[in-house]
Design a binder for this molecule. Structure first.
Ligand code: UDX
Length: 446
């Protein structure tokens, strides 16, 4: 397993737990030491326990790239593919290909390389393969296996998503490469396995994430219209939409099934995280390059860029100036259950509040603070929900943490009652004195 970031470490640990011999490689010796001590460098429910169970037995971590590749049959590449402007930065993937190629040139045995990192269609065949060939002096397919094996791990649910997958997508340059992937995944019986070429496997990952992002922006656009029209609450609207039997199938006994996808059809203050924004941007840039502009996805991104500002708009309905207004921001993580703030809507919200010289306090159950200096200066980060709402004139919910459902109770008796801006529509508005939420307007009919 090359790269011990989020995907690499979860995948490596889970594959070891499934009975494989796994060696995780990373250039960061501190990370490697922590992993070998059974102390994961990232927060993911269940990962510590699983890591401690496997480490030193079927799992080890090392910085010795050459040894790891020489001693294994298969390499899975899970290094970062950050955003490079709008497209993806393949620097790390290319570096791995060069290094792996050098090792393969001295390795007589057949070895396969699979890309787990999210890369735009064509990358494995047109970038990785040629580099591996150049640096190994060998031929992809004939001398070594090459393929794509995208991951579908949600942060916070990654262990379950890996251990009980909904699908396994296997791309390969040829049948031999696919057979090597079969060796990894034969322990996952009964899971649908898609065997395809590399470009299709790469595309499946983007198409999946683009769908989720589209559903979210669709819901947010509906929400904003509800609020502009007034007298319509998007919660009721989407409740009606969700009852379409295609979104909530009726079971034989008359009960409804609620597929997980329905939760992406709820209004909020925008999507974030390490995947959705980056992947959609990369696909749009790739489409542009290919002469096939992605107009829908362009709009998905534009809506998402603006959506956190909707919270500011709601706030400014009640204050002519935010200068010195005591605002409590609840939630920094891009979604509940994670400490990840990458592309979190909290960042633009904090930034705008600081720019307006509001007196900003922030709290998140898992994130201490946003590690970004310019907002640090203007934000007081507190450790308790109770402390952050104390004396607040306005409370802005950015992340849908369960804990925030206590707000109506905590605010009872607070005089004057602070204005609550519900960016996740998670509270019962009838239980709060002064309430604004994404997707409904107090101006008309409410
Ligand atoms: C996503 C994909 O779900 C996963 O399959 C892929 O491999 C990586 O990208 P993740 O980034 O962990 O996973 O986020 P996800 O749980 O899908 O949430 C993405 C965004 O959707 C978040 O901003 C979140 O707030 C929003 N979301 C999530 C919803 O609106 N509703 C939900 O039920 C879950």
């Amino acid at each position: 397993m090359i790269g011990t970031g989020y995907v690499g470490l979860v995948t490596g640990t889970c594959l070891a737990a499934k009975g494989h011999q796994v060696v995780c490689v990373d250039v960061d010796s501190e990370k490697v030491e922590r992993i070998n001590r059974g102390d994961p460098p990232i927060h993911e429910p269940g990962l510590s326990e699983l890591l401690r169970r496997c480490i030193g037995d079927r799992l080890r971590a090392t910085t010795d790239f050459r040894n790891a590749i020489s001693e294994s049959d298969i390499s899975l590449v899970a290094v970062g593919t950050p955003t490079d402007g709008d497209g993806i930065d393949l620097r790390h993937v290319k570096e791995v290909a060069r290094e792996a190629g050098r090792v393969l040139s001295d390795k007589p045995a057949y070895h396969s390389v699979f890309v787990k990192s999210t890369v735009v269609p064509g990358t494995t065949d047109e970038v990785l393969g040629p580099l591996l060939e150049r640096y190994s002096g060998k031929t992809a397919g004939d001398d070594f296996g090459l393929g794509v094996n995208p991951e579908f791990l949600r942060e916070g649910d990654a262990i379950r998503d890996f251990m009980e997958p909904d699908r396994i997508v296997m791309g390969g340059i040829d049948e031999n490469s696919l057979s090597e992937l079969d060796r990894i995944y034969e322990v996952f019986e009964g899971v649908p396995k898609i065997r395809t070429n590399n470009r299709t496997a790469e595309m499946i990952k983007y198409a999946s994430n683009a769908l989720l992002a589209t559903l979210i922006s669709y819901s947010n656009e509906m929400a904003n219209l509800c609020s502009a029209l007034g007298g319509i609450d998007v919660i009721d609207v989407m409740g009606g939409v969700h009852l379409d039997r295609r979104l909530s199938p009726i079971l034989e006994d008359g009960r409804r099934m609620t597929p997980g996808v329905v939760s992406y059809l709820e209004a909020g203050c925008g999507f974030g995280g390490s995947c959705l924004p980056k992947d959609v941007k990369a696909l749009v840039a790739h489409g542009e390059e290919a002469g096939s502009p992605m107009r829908l996805l362009d709009a998905v991104l534009a809506i998402n860029r603006e959506q956190p500002r909707e919270l500011l708009r709601l706030l400014e309905k009640h204050f002519s100036s935010l200068h010195d207004v005591r605002v409590a921001v609840l939630g920094l993580a891009f979604k509940p259950g994670t400490d990840d703030v990458r592309n979190s809507p909290a960042i633009p919200v904090l930034k705008e509040l600081v720019a307006r010289r509001a007196d900003v306090r922030a709290y998140d159950p898992l994130v201490g603070k946003v590690p970004w200096e310019p907002i640090d200066d203007g934000v007081l980060y507190l450790d308790e929900l109770q402390d952050v709402i104390q004396d607040a004139e306005a409370i802005v919910i950015v992340t849908g943490w369960e804990e925030f459902k206590r707000l109506p109770h905590l605010l009872k008796g607070m005089n004057p009652s602070p204005l609550v801006i519900d960016g996740r529509r998670m509270l019962d508005k009838s239980r709060l004195g002064r309430y604004e939420g994404i997707g409904f307007s107090t101006d008309c009919g409410n």
